[in-house]
Write a protein that binds this ligand. Structure first.
Ligand code: GLN
Length: 489
């Protein structure tokens, strides 16, 4: 490993001091990608020329003292965010030929901060999945173990950060897609409050749940990246109009006296014992730091998976109707007539899991079933939200596992959609409620990372980041990195 700092914060400080240039650090990451990514497959597109141009421009700003806090810092961008002039595939054959004609607001904000885009990361097709195996561009290898999944859908971003092929990355989380891959790859990931980060130009899966957020090795880096990514956007009708915040503002405040609720439902038989153990140690550590941990009751948690999969599939069936082979995306060869064109373009362009979700969603919304499924799911969503709201009146954060298991083996769950969906038992409720939540590494089980989740009240990102940062001050789980074992340094 090189002598360059590995964190966003460390790189930003060194760039400001002129210890090395943005071109040098960008070259360093491009070299690591070239050396290791043919095995990991964490990037779909690497934009070397574009990256080096951005880095040179950043260096000029750093020299003329025009720089912002993250000027010249490289990052990886999930291939769900539109990037003008750069292929944006969303992990799908449908968009394999799509070069975005405009940039997502998040992409524009990262550009405006003069950060350096290394490339676009691999992901489950249209962000549907928990293992990155549904990507048209092939699965991503978990850098901690050959043959293990990195989690999904932001599996490419998680693997790239864990393997130090980027110091930080973007992700999106509809039902756990930032937190679960962060947990399985041993990094930190934050899903912000719904509405904090603009969805404009973020390719839609389930619009009432989708939320972009940062992934990095430390909580401090998440705060720095969120400062760039978040903010009101009048191009997104669900963006919340609140003043900009500095998410690093509370990092240095001690965790003593903070109240942490631990739902007993999060430690049921569904949770692997070897995942529970490091989380229990982390709870003891937080208590040593002065946090007050109490057991709480969240009775409706077991309803979150069925409600999530009805609502998210219903919204996906509507969102994905735009891929008809007419306006953009894949079109079949030599269609006989318009119906043949729709049918074959969509059958060829979408993978099996995406087609399954479209079918489930269309069924749930169809007349006669709407009340039984969709409406019921919306009622459950309200119950879950109310339950969280009540619990969060008495505690500052709710703590539990991020995922019931560590990284599983590729192929293990691909033929059993329900088993795959159960990877999300601790994460989907948070999206149904629209709350912020963070996952941080708290240890290992049989050589694979274990993540712990902290859920906060609406707009309480700074508090979650504070607890996570304070925990990372006294532990070093976030500093572990996998040895890439391919003989290449
Ligand atoms: N794994 C969940 C799903 O497949 C969540 C995906 C996500 O958050 N984008 O829907």
């Amino acid at each position: 490993m090189s002598s360059y700092p590995e964190t966003v914060a460390g790189i930003a400080t060194a760039l400001a001091k002129g210890e090395f240039s943005s071109v040098e650090i960008t070259r360093h990451y491009l070299d690591r990608i070239a050396a290791h990514d043919s095995r990991l497959n964490s990037y779909i597109t690497v934009c070397e020329e574009h990256s080096l141009n951005q880095a040179a421009a950043a260096d000029a700003m750093l020299k003329s003292k025009d720089a912002g806090p993250l000027t010249g810092v490289p990052y990886a961008h999930k291939d769900i965010f539109c990037t003008k002039g750069i292929k944006t595939s969303c992990g799908s054959r449908m968009l394999d030929n799509f070069v975005a004609p405009y940039s997502a607001t998040v992409s524009e904000r990262l550009d405006a901060a003069s950060m350096v885009l290394l490339g676009k990361t691999n992901m489950d097709e249209f962000a549907m999945g928990s293992s990155n195996e549904t990507s048209y561009f092939g699965p991503v290898t978990n850098p901690w173990r050959e043959g293990a999944v990195p989690g999904g859908s932001s599996g490419g971003s998680a693997a790239a950060v864990a393997a130090r092929l980027a110091p930080g990355a973007t992700g999106t989380d509809t039902g756990g897609s930032i937190r679960q891959p962060a947990a399985l790859c041993g990094i930190s990931g934050l899903k912000p409050t719904y509405g904090r980060v603009s969805r404009f130009g973020l390719i839609a899966f389930a619009s009432s749940l989708d939320q972009g957020g940062p992934m990095a090795t430390t909580a401090e880096d998440l705060a720095l990246l969120l400062n760039v990514m978040a903010g009101f956007d009048n191009k997104d009708s669900t963006s919340v109009d609140r003043p900009d915040e500095d998410y690093t503002r509370s990092l240095r405040e001690p965790a003593a006296g903070l109240r942490v609720g631990i739902p007993k439902q999060f430690f049921s038989a569904d949770l692997d014992a070897d995942v529970a153990a490091p989380i229990r140690s982390a709870i003891s550590e937080l208590e040593t730091m002065g946090a007050i941990c109490t057991e709480i009751d969240l009775k409706h948690m077991d309803l979150s998976i069925p409600a999530y999969y009805v609502i998210s599939s219903a919204e996906c069936s509507s969102n994905l109707s735009r891929y008809d082979g007419v306006r953009f995306g894949h079109r079949c060869d030599d269609p006989r007539d318009i119906e043949d064109m729709y049918r074959r373009s969509r059958s060829e362009g979408f993978g099996v899991e995406t087609q399954r979700r479209i079918l489930v969603g269309t069924y749930a919304l169809s007349s006669g079933y709407y009340d039984a499924y969709y409406q019921k799911a919306q009622q459950i969503r309200r119950l879950i939200r109310d339950e969280f709201k009540n619990a969060l009146e008495n505690v500052d954060a709710i703590l539990g596992p991020t995922s019931p298991t560590t990284a599983f083996t590729m192929g293990q769950k691909s033929d059993d959609p329900v088993a795959m969906y159960l990877s999300d038992i601790y994460t989907t409720a948070v999206n149904l409620a629209g709350l912020p939540a963070i996952s941080i590494p708290v240890g290992f089980a049989d050589g694979l990372p274990v993540g712990m989740q902290l859920i906060g009240n609406y707009f309480a990102e700074a508090k979650l980041l504070q607890i996570a940062h304070q925990y990372q001050n006294v532990t070093d789980w976030h500093q572990h990195s996998p040895s890439l074992d391919d003989g290449i340094e």
